[in-house]
Write a new protein. Structure first.
Length: 280
């Protein structure tokens, strides 16, 4: 038996992850001088409401000791563990997972993967890994399932405000001012383990632009589409759903996934994105 372990930045709600058989260790959100476990002690909207009023939220990776305890727990009931985590260029979490596996007896039964991803793309990779396990896959098959998602998926995000990227040091105040004055926003994409701006688009055209890129990438190929959104804005989410259904894409499966507290602390409320993968 193989256990799939990931961290909370996959943004799968804990109950959903349990139903899928996926194990999660939480990162930490520091909010109002309190340290809270991502998704467990704090709801995403609590973080976004705090940020909208000018509050700060910071984050911290999973401690090595947490990984050690979790690996011991899982190895009591499983032969091996495949441990899949957010990009090592965004967090020390995967490095601490590797350290825990290296230091413990039985560490050779633990396979740590740096996904190079976070949020909905990481969730897709983790769910593919669990599907491989359910189909009888070995660790090498599980690793290939993760790599296949990375090769074939397309995921892009847009932020409605540049303030939170500036707070996190991703852009300067002058860049924020100029972009806001021109009404443009970056389109962000995972590249080499980092979330990088790949182009800049007028804010009100961002979702059309991203869907057009998906049409260029997939054409009429059958795909699964995930809408990611930072916050439970039902009107905005409904509008994004409508945009997807009227886009001309051959959508066979779809879902909506909230961007969680840790990722949201860095990109801000109202951030949204589309992720697509081939079906089959």
């Amino acid at each position: 038996m193989i256990a799939i372990l990931t961290d909370s930045t996959c943004d799968l709600p804990p109950e959903h992850a349990r139903q899928l058989g996926i194990h999660i260790v939480p990162l930490t959100v520091n909010l109002r001088e309190r340290s809270l476990f991502d998704w467990q002690d704090v709801d995403p909207d609590a973080v976004y409401d705090h940020m909208k009023t000018g509050g700060m939220a910071t984050t911290a990776p999973v401690e090595t000791e947490v990984f050690t305890a979790k690996y011991h727990e899982l190895l009591r009931t499983h032969d091996e563990v495949v441990s899949i985590h957010l990009s090592g260029k965004l967090s020390d979490t995967v490095a601490r997972a590797r350290q825990a596996a290296q230091d413990m007896d039985g560490g050779h039964r633990i396979h740590v993967i740096d996904s190079g991803l976070a949020s909905t793309p990481l969730a897709e990779a983790v769910m593919a890994a669990q599907h491989s396990v359910n189909a009888g896959g070995r660790p090498t098959d599980v690793t290939e399932a993760v790599e296949r998602v990375r090769r074939t998926m397309s995921a892009e995000f847009s932020v409605p405000s540049l303030e939170y990227l500036r707070r996190g040091g991703r852009i300067g105040r002058a860049q924020e001012f100029m972009a806001n004055m021109l009404g443009v926003r970056p389109i962000l994409q995972f590249s080499d383990g980092e979330l990088k701006a790949v182009r800049r688009i007028k804010a009100d055209e961002a979702h059309h632009d991203m869907l057009e890129k998906l049409r260029e990438r997939f054409g009429h190929e059958a795909i699964s589409v995930t809408i990611a959104h930072a916050g439970r804005d039902t009107g905005r989410i409904s509008a994004l759903r409508t945009a997807v259904t009227s886009s001309g894409l051959n959508v066979r499966k779809g879902r909506v996934q909230l961007i969680g507290p840790v990722i949201g602390a860095h990109v801000g409320p109202g951030t949204f994105g589309f992720m697509a993968c081939p079906v089959g």
